[in-house]
Design a protein around this ligand. Structure first.
Ligand code: XIL
Length: 318
């Protein structure tokens, strides 16, 4: 049995993967990506981001997203959709000009309205807001914060709730919140206030981009997930990968395997945690080597498309 089959037996809703458009011409890759016994859920790595979905103001394009989402529907894989609002991968028309606050709010609502309606009921969950916090728990400088102020986050959730299917879960998603720390505590405070004031939020996604030697332990991740379980929210590990400082070695692969298994187990054991998504499953197409020079081999399948020790550590644990 594949990872999704085992994950479901262990009580999760899904074990999933992100998929990027650049590799869709590789049939061996695609066969694994849409193999429902391995992956019961899919996230488009890029296709639903603002620069691709609204490349010109009020001109919408879902070609890249559909290349991932449509085969996932066909393969009966759940979809996590990613993302309405982020500070990265924005189109030039949006970043190059200084809009007023009312203009930017209406641009935000229009963007969410179109994308939410297009995918209306196809997403199990949407990452409504991505990476709004700094590590110290303050809000990240961005055009959203500068022009609209801190309320841009709740506005995004309200717009999402207005236009997407009532069944779709609305998530806040971030990295570096897989321990109890300044960032996860600041997020907990924000979410607690949202719950109190009925701002529509259903879940918190912990991205879980880890590095061997510095990764959160099982207990760390449980503690972080529990910050949100306590508020009655759903949680998920949304972008799990575990990078290795190159050159790789057998010992490093064993450490990586232990980190993967502990992370997945933390989700399995935490009541609110519905599933785990890896941020691609194949080393050569991972975002890690280009983003973190000197690091790589972060995934479950190696360059020869063979399963690595990390794969077996997860399947043995499940
Ligand atoms: C990454 C993609 O994987 C890359 O292909 C792209 O060039 C940059 O974005 N956190 C996120 C994801 O929420 O959207 C990012 O994806 C990885 C970090």
């Amino acid at each position: 049995p594949g990872l999704d089959v085992l994950a479901k037996r262990a009580g999760l809703l899904y074990f999933g993967t992100a998929i990027d458009n650049v590799v869709l011409n590789n049939t061996a890759y695609v066969a694994i990506a849409h193999n429902r016994s391995e992956f019961g859920q899919v996230t488009p790595s890029n296709g639903q981001k603002w620069m691709y979905t609204e490349p010109q103001r009020n001109v919408f394009n879902y070609t890249m997203a559909d290349e991932i989402v449509k085969p996932a529907i066909k393969a009966l894989q759940m979809r996590r959709c990613h993302t309405f609002l982020w500070h990265n991968q924005l189109p030039d028309w949006l970043t190059a000009k200084n809009y007023t606050k009312p203009e930017l709010i209406s641009i935000l609502e229009n963007h969410i309205k179109h994308e939410a309606r297009y995918f209306y009921d196809t997403c199990y969950a949407w990452d409504v807001v991505n990476e709004a916090f700094n590590d110290d728990g303050t809000l990240r400088e961005s055009l959203w914060l500068t022009t609209i102020g801190p309320s841009y986050i709740e506005l995004a959730f309200k717009f999402a709730r207005k236009y997407v299917s009532p069944r779709t879960r609305l998530y806040y998603n971030d990295y570096g919140i897989e321990r109890v720390n300044n960032k996860s505590l600041a997020l907990q405070k924000l979410v607690k206030d949202y719950v109190k004031r009925d701002v529509p939020i259903d879940g918190v996604g912990l991205q879980a981009h880890f590095t061997i030697g510095r990764a959160p332990s099982y207990n760390d991740t449980r503690g972080a997930l529990n910050l949100f379980t306590k508020l009655g929210l759903e949680t998920a590990l949304t972008e799990l990968d575990v990078r290795v400082d190159l050159p790789d070695s057998e010992a490093k692969q064993a450490t990586q395997a232990a980190v993967y298994a502990a992370s997945v187990k933390a989700c399995v054991d935490e009541k609110s945690c519905v599933g785990v998504t890896v941020w691609d499953f194949w080393d050569p197409v991972s975002w890690v080597p280009s983003t973190f020079p000197g690091y790589g081999n972060a995934c479950l399948w190696d360059e020869k498309l063979q399963r690595k020790p990390a794969y077996y550590a997860i399947s043995d644990m499940l």
